[in-house]
Write a protein that binds this ligand. Structure first.
Ligand SMILES: [Zn+2]
Length: 292
């Protein structure tokens, strides 16, 4: 963290041509200081926290309604709680709003969030095996990523590797419900240690998916990293435009521990460059490391 604030005060010095397009000038909205726990940025934690109530829609609905009540007057805009309010009083940091959320190379991390009203335009249902049955937004991704994902699953199967989806898209409302649930249960500071702040979860982009073997054993756990499925993905995901978004040894850049299961679509060319160079998306876009 030391020195980070100094850097971020002069965003122009860290911009390069690519991320100028991606992130652009800081959104006016971002001038509202979005607070973030400094400790949270220092910790490398899971980016894929699942809903504690699994697919229990009744409870999700309950969480959603309580969120809605708090924002009755904002109805129509999209009922969003001000998560920044929840952390007022903590050490402050800046979270910038990305200018081009629909880009396949959008950078979403602990310092860059999606606009609060952002919903990916072309979410489609994924026709690949999942470790759970029934309909769910977790089985959706942006169309641009859905086709290559299906092709990747098919290619893996040819190699004797049967993959399954664990969780793909997560709406902003769901992420809010999830975060608020944890914040109310454990306090905001604690919640930030294992759950992404609304808007900063890559799952909200519709370009990320957690993947496991077909049995679901080791899904979204460190043990998955040692499976043949993880090895296959580490080698071949790039051919389909996906990267292992939080690689081993890059915790200080991504802000998250190694997650062999969390794949992010960035397009084939970028995926190959990132994987071949052993870089992260942050480094590829010449962005500041999360934990600096
Ligand atoms: Zn994930």
């Amino acid at each position: 963290m030391i020195g980070y604030n100094d850097t971020i005060r002069h965003p122009s010095t860290i911009r390069r041509t690519v991320n100028e397009k991606m992130i652009g000038a800081i959104d006016v909205k971002a001038k509202k200081v979005y607070t973030a726990g400094a400790m949270a940025a220092l910790l490398s934690l899971s980016a894929c926290t699942q809903l504690p109530w699994q697919d229990n829609h009744e409870q999700v609905q309950h969480q959603k309604s309580s969120v809605g009540q708090r924002n009755e007057k904002d109805k129509g805009k999209s009922a969003l709680p001000s998560s920044e309010k929840m952390v007022s009083g903590m050490n402050q940091d800046h979270i910038y709003v990305v200018a081009d959320p629909a880009s396949t190379q959008v950078l979403v991390n602990k310092h860059f969030k999606l606009p609060e009203d952002y919903v990916p335009k072309d979410l489609v249902y994924l026709h690949v095996p999942f470790i759970f049955s029934g309909k769910s937004e977790k089985k959706e991704m942006q169309a641009v990523a859905a086709k290559p994902l299906k092709e990747m699953f098919a290619a893996a199967k040819k190699d004797g590797i049967e993959l399954a989806g664990v969780s793909a898209y997560r709406s902003h409302k769901t992420q809010i419900a999830l975060f608020n649930y944890y914040a109310q249960r454990d306090g905001v500071k604690k919640a930030l240690e294992y759950s992404a702040r609304p808007g900063t979860s890559e799952h909200e982009t519709g370009l990320a998916i957690d993947v496991s073997g077909i049995t679901g054993k080791y899904a979204a756990t460190q043990a998955f990293g040692k499976t043949p499925e993880a090895a296959w993905l580490g080698k071949h995901a790039q051919d389909f435009g996906f990267i292992v978004r939080y690689p081993k040894g890059k915790e200080s850049v991504t802000g998250y521990e190694y997650e062999a299961w969390h794949l992010r679509y960035v397009g084939i060319s970028a995926a190959k460059k990132i994987t071949d160079s052993g870089e992260t998306l942050e480094e590829y876009l010449h962005e500041v490391p999360v934990n600096k």
